[in-house]
Design a protein around this ligand. Sequence first.
Ligand code: NI
Ligand code: MN
Length: 226
Amino acid sequence: MLKATYLGHSCVMATDGQYSIIIDPFLTGNPQATVKAEDIKVDYILVTHGHSDHLGDAVSISKRCNATIIAPNELAVYVSKQGAKAHNMHIGGAYNFPFGRVKLTIAHHGSAAGDGLEYTGNPCGFVITMGGKTMYHPGDTGLFLDMKLIGQLNKIHLAFLPIGDNFTMGVEDAVMAVDFLKPKKVVPIHYRTWPVIDAEPKEFAAKLKGKKTKVVIINPGESVEA
Ligand code: NI
Ligand code: MN
């Protein structure tokens, strides 16, 4: 069993009924958030890159919950220096955690923290196998052809794909990403948080009509099972 709850923007919480994880916990200052960072209880925190709309509340949640932050090496070092517990990884590498397996994938984007200029290495995406299901969260990225390889190497039950454009893939490229990844279900994310990323998820769903992948449009606070 793998249940994922969308918490707005790029933030996803997932549970297998025993362990809970959160990806890109941007809650404080997130206009879409329906929960407060102080109310989050998780065992692990996965962070794709250092931008404030992804790193978000990771350090404070880590300290309060004694939850390990899983991140690319430079970002893991950055959060360690702030007193968080971290597990350093890097692109192409996978590791078996108590809750499941995490593999880091490439992402075409930037990664910096603090005032936006403190270098935190390369951004990443995550392939997460938990509760017998596989979920893909690409972080912030443009479309890339290696998504085909990610789709070949993994039977993806659930994918979260950015559609907001400007900083990441827009609707048309996300449709192509679905074609490459062939997930069973896809949830559009990273849109409407601010006017500059005001995409229409129904347009994304319409373009995928008739395809094998089921498009699941959910509001922040709502869940989907993989
Ligand atoms: Ni970003
Ligand atoms: Mn972002």
